[in-house]
Design a protein around this ligand. Structure first.
Ligand code: G4P
Length: 541
């Protein structure tokens, strides 16, 4: 473990060394695929928690690191996307710092969920062995593809009856266009998980259940001969299927993985802690460490350059009494020391960091230092907006975070007609903070803008903030649109004349055509192929 003293904190070599240790990733999955269970299993292996069994399952889950979301919901306001950080020393002595950023699911799904993926270097795509690719996984994957971030695939719940493994590989290849390159292959069909064939060593890794999956599952490494003697049928099947994969070229290639063309695949049972060691090994040895990030002019800022970070989430109004506002910034370069005065690139003004915190749900601890890949929670960050850059010494501005494809739309009106001014000011503020996207049209007028969101939770946050903080309660009238496509001025008149279609202008000037359903969109696209209908980022289709 490297010991850092305050005198050498701004040392480029040390920064490069610290950056190289970081692995910053998010788990993308559909609700119930096992993300919380896997998070706990990783924490167990890294010895952050002592036992996991008692917390598996929603009913029995006690107050643990991944139980924070409910608590925040109980407080009635926005859901956080925060980072769990822990140190991990691999069996070969490699020392890493893992930053696991949370991507909320279910009803909490919002634009913030997507924004988290702009702050990670890699994603773990968690798939339920019985269900295969599910809608939320696909949506999140589109953002990874757009950003070109490498994806590691984990097929979970192999201890339960599920699909054929080759069929699952086919589905990944054909439905999302990522070539699967399994690193391990299951020995025993889904529901009868004996262990895995390590395709790189040819060995059999045999897993043993522990009571309730509470502790790390013991692993036994057997030679192919020993494996064949113990499980003749299952081992032969695994070896044959692995050979088929090799014939098909489905072997790991680090360059193709980093380029987002292939995805290494692992088989696991998070609840039994099977395959979790293998995932940590992949994170440590194959997942990318933070690298130079291109600025607005596409000039890369090296990780050992002076400090820089960008804000990927702003959470306001968590504590109404204190007007608490937290900005989450991902460090891109250099080192951070709490108390330093940074420069806010958007305004050129100083930003003090006396209250930097590392945040995981309710647990906030003061963060004294941070390095590339880390997430800093900045308290009382009233001036900071999503996408803003902070830096030290050498100025830098990172590109803005894109707006993602909204799927929920509602007209907002001031609850009290006399509060027109507050209404306009409040709506503008929510838009600037990235709480919701705002769409307008001449037809609807300025007093009835359309709020657009990725998840309905964003409307709740908007309504709550307008009433509690911005002095203007609002009425929301849901619209029946569910899809948006970017179009061009020349096609607006035609689209507006179609039934079930309406074109509005987003604040950034983008013209968005809204459709009630896919059927209508497909029909227009088919019948009028010259009409410009461009998918927005993360439209899962
Ligand atoms: P999420 O965060 O992705 O929504 O999923 P979560 O971890 O909460 O897991 C959802 C359910 O799936 C939980 O069951 C959990 O125990 C189960 N699960 C997770 N990983 C595995 C696995 O590898 N194998 C099996 N068999 N189950 C797994 P639950 O129904 O909510 O509770 P309970 O049945 O544990 O009481």
């Amino acid at each position: 473990m490297v010991t850092v003293t305050s005198t050498d904190i701004h040392n480029a070599a040390l920064t490069a060394e610290q950056a190289a240790r970081r692995r910053t990733f998010a788990v993308i999955s559909h609700p119930d695929a096992g993300k919380s269970t896997l998070t706990e299993a990783l924490a167990l292996h890294a010895k952050v928690i002592a036992e996991a069994g008692a917390v598996h399952g929603k009913a029995g889950r006690r107050s643990t690191v991944s139980d924070w979301m409910e608590m925040e919901k109980a407080r009635g306001i926005s859901i956080t996307s925060t980072a769990l950080q822990f140190g991990y020393r691999a069996p070969d002595g490699t020392d890493c710092v893992i930053n696991l950023l949370d991507t909320p699911g279910h009803a909490d799904f919002s634009e913030d969920t997507y924004r988290v993926l702009t702050a990670v270097d890699c994603a773990v795509m968690l798939i339920d062995a019985a269900k295969g690719l599910e809608p939320q996984t696909l949506k999140l994957f589109q953002v990874c593809r757009h950003r070109g971030i490498p994806v590691i695939t984990v097929i979970n719940k192999w201890d339960r009856p599920g699909r054929d493994p080759l069929e699952l590989m086919d589905e990944i290849g054909t439905r999302i266009g990522l070539s699967p390159t399994p690193l391990t292959w299951p020995v025993g069909i889904a529901g009868d998980f004996k262990g895995v064939l390590d395709r790189r060593t040819g060995q059999f890794v045999r897993f043993t259940r522990t009571p309730g999956g509470a502790s790390i599952a013991p692993e036994e490494h057997l030679s192919p001969e020993q494996a064949a003697a113990r499980y003749p049928d299952d081992w032969t099947t695994a070896v044959e299927e692995s050979a088929l994969l090799s014939t098909d070229g489905a072997d790991h290639d680090q360059q193709l993985f980093l380029a987002g063309i292939t995805t290494p695949v692992l088989f696991a049972s998070a609840v039994l802690n099977f395959g979790v060691n293998q995932l940590l090994d992949v994170l440590v040895h194959l997942a990318p460490a933070p690298t130079a990030r291109p600025d607005l002019d596409e000039t890369p800022r090296a990780v050992d350059a002076p400090f820089s970070a960008f804000v990927f989430k702003v959470q306001a109004g968590m504590d109404a009494a204190h007007r608490d506002r937290l900005a989450y910034a991902r460090v891109c370069s250099g080192s951070f020391r709490r108390g330093e005065v940074l420069i806010h690139a958007a305004t050129g003004k100083p930003f003090t960091t006396k209250y930097a915190q590392s945040v995981f749900g309710q647990q906030r601890t003061t963060m004294d230092t941070a390095w590339p890949g880390d997430v800093i929670g900045l308290v009382n960050a009233t001036a900071l907006r999503v996408g803003d850059t902070l830096y030290l010494d050498e100025p830098v501005t990172y590109p803005p975070i894109p707006s993602f494809a909204p799927e929920h739309f509602a007209v907002a009106r001031a609850g009290d007609a006399g509060k027109h001014k507050q209404f306009r000011r409040g709506i503008t503020q929510l838009e600037q903070e990235g709480v919701v996207q705002i769409l307008r049209s001449n037809l609807r007028g300025d007093g009835a803008p359309v709020l657009a969101a990725v998840g309905p939770m964003q409307f709740e946050v908007a309504a709550h903030r307008m009433a509690a903080e911005l002095g203007c309660p609002i009425d929301l009238e849901p619209l029946s649109y569910s899809l948006a496509r970017r179009t061009v001025a020349a096609d607006v008149e035609f689209l507006d004349a179609q039934r079930g279609v309406e074109v509005l202008t987003r604040t950034d000037g983008a013209l968005l055509a809204l459709f009630t359903d896919r059927w209508r969109l497909d029909a227009i696209a088919r019948e009028y192929p010259d009409i410009h209908l461009e998918p927005l980022v993360a439209a899962a289709d």
